[in-house]
Ligand binder design. Sequence first.
Ligand code: S3P
Length: 430
Amino acid sequence: MTEHSTVVVRPARSVAGSLRLPGDKSISHRYAMLAAIAEGTTRLENFSTGADCASTLQCLRDLGVQWERDQDLVLIHGRGPVLEAAKSPLDCGNSGSTMRMLSGILAGQEFSSELAGDDSLSQRPMARIITPLAAMGATITAANGGRPPLRITGGQLKAIDYQMPVASAQVKSAVLFAGLFADGETRVTEPVRTRDHGELALRGFGAEVKGQGNVAQIVGGQKLHGIEASVPGDISSAAFFLCAAALFPGSQLVIDRLLLNPTRARLLDVLAAMGTRLSVTQLEEQHGELVGTVQVEGSDLRGTTISGADTAALIDEIPVLAAIAPYTKEGIEIRDARELRVKESDRIAALALNLRAMGAHVQEREDGLKIPGGQKLNGAKIDSLGDHRIAMAFAVAALRATGETSIQRADAAVISYPGFFDALESVAQR
Ligand code: S3P
């Protein structure tokens, strides 16, 4: 696909087939970062093929970490806790996860680092990591009102007891990673429970992480050891296919080796409550992460409301749920979702803009959207605004629209799922 490419999506009759998704982005970032500061070699199969995780790997290389990659197989040779100063600014690309979580590790390094990103990342809030990491003793400056680029000078840290004001798994992981370099026990309390991959990954690499519910605790100075793992399929990428199948009564889709961690799999409950038939088989646990095969059958969809802790749990799946909302019976209301305004794009605005382009009625609110059901959508020109999840969400809406939809800047999908449009074509029945 060329830069700024346009992809045309034609309507489908149904969705059928079976898929295996590239490795989960959240887990791939964390495994790569922890592998870098572990002793020994880590072998990761089904590592995310997205550009975001490639940004993490490149930053690690710039910090003196050796690794080899053959497509989705990555071998990372851990250095132990001490990294090497990078010779130039670390390029985090489009990836907030890279910048925020790597900052946690850099806060514990006795050198200075600069972290920069693309235009989208340069607009995203970093005060949320600057505050706790500075409280632990790192010196961090942001050039531009709490936004990237960041400059971090790290060293020996002190443990903190931190109450997170924003529900963010990236912040939680950054503080726990920094906690490895602190004297004493670092404790993080989140306002609502977010994905726990940081805690599970730390345990997988041999650290003890205590706590339950909204609290996690780690004692500094623990050694990590390399692991062998196959990264479970990315459920946030699977969301596009699960919703596509859910849209057409009679669709049948199977996704195997999918991540089913309960802090990530809320979409399955929501789709089931909306009328989709789902079954899960071959459940197993790998390094604390639940994995299984999901079978989905489409039917007429009822509407729903997503708010509070559900909004946090579904934060990456809301774009596709909003994009299919007009096709549901009662529509979908999304509340408490102010965080969506500071993702790779302002996703509330991007959803309203593109739903309206397809002819839908939408109410846009400061912290959400109300999208009435029972609407027909027309094929239209969609602007992804360079945001991967917006590009993919509207490709799904396009399957049930009247006429063709052209998605501008569709190449943004490479951030999390380079093969997305081919995979969608492979299951769309016409
Ligand atoms: C992520 C957490 C979420 C999510 C992002 C990945 C993670 O971000 O939107 O795609 O891997 O921890 P926040 O931590 O900003 O909520």
